[in-house]
Structures are given as C-alpha cells and as structure tokens.
Design a protein. Structure first.
Length: 157
C-alpha cells in the first residue's frame, strides 16, 4: 500500500522491557537514579521541553536536577502503546517546587515517545512532549501573568 506509513501503535499490557521501564520511572527518586542504568542505553538520546542530551550521564543529571528543585515528585504512567521498535507513554507528574513555603502541588501531563532496543533490552531514545507554557511557565508569578495575558489575546473564542 503506497503511503501507508508504519503500522499503528497498539495498546500494551507491558512487554518485559516496557514494563521494566515504566516500573523504574514510577519508582524514580533522587536515591534511585542508578536504576535508570538498567533500562536506558548508555548512549540514550533524551529530550524534553528544556533539554536535549546524549548519554546516560547527562540524562541522569536532568533527573537529579529535577529532584534538587522539587519535592513530592511522583510519576504515574496512565497508558502505554507499543510496536516492535517504539512505544508511547501517557503520564502525569505531580511535584512541588522547593522554593517558598506551602508550595502548591503542581501537575504536568504529557507523553513520551520511546525508541526500543530490544536486542540490548534498553530504551535507546526518550522524547518527552508536554505543554511547558501552560503547565509550567504560566504557573510562575511574573512570567505566568504575561503568558496568560498573551494567551487570552490570541484566543479565538
């Protein structure tokens, strides 16, 4: 079939690799960062709205930075889809910024696209996609006010 593209991802109950990856992410803390070594390739390509790095060391540094700046960090995978070479995770991350007293619980909902290296039993690439403006920047005192104003002006209805 011309132009059919790759086969669609299918809902996953959790292959061994994907199940292990989800378990590590959902149990991730500042103290368990070394568990990433068991599910990520040493040369992993990791990307999120703020970073793009190559290698396990820089990827772990991103998570270490998260745990330094935030408390009560909890990752929860809400759905997963996969085929032989890739997977998609829908997730929610709850957290509190360490700055300020009584920081409110914040939520980011997003998705991750993963390249699976089943031969090595690891994830070779991880790309996070989420709305950094609406779910993070707009929650900040000064820049958030400006971004909400811009969003209101651009809104069609």
């Amino acid at each position: 079939m011309v132009g059919a593209g790759p086969p669609p991802l299918r809902a996953a109950g959790g292959t061994d690799l994907l199940g292990r990856y989800v378990a590590v992410l959902e149990g991730l803390t500042a103290e368990t960062l070394d568990r990433l070594d068991t599910v990520m390739a040493p040369d992993i390509a990791f990307r999120d709205p703020f970073n793009a790095v190559l290698g396990l060391g820089p990827t772990k540094a991103i998570f270490a930075h998260l745990f330094r700046d935030c408390t009560d960090v909890v990752f929860k995978v809400t759905a997963r889809f996969e085929d032989d070479a890739r997977a998609a995770l829908l997730w929610r991350m709850d957290y509190r910024l360490r700055r300020g007293r009584g920081a409110p619980l914040r939520v980011i909902e997003g998705m991750s696209l993963l390249d699976l290296d089943r031969g090595r039993g690891v994830v070779a690439a991880h790309a996070d996609h989420w709305d950094a403006a609406g779910q993070f920047y707009e929650t900040l005192p000064v820049i958030g006010t400006l971004l909400r104003l811009i969003r209101r002006r651009l809104r069609v209805a």
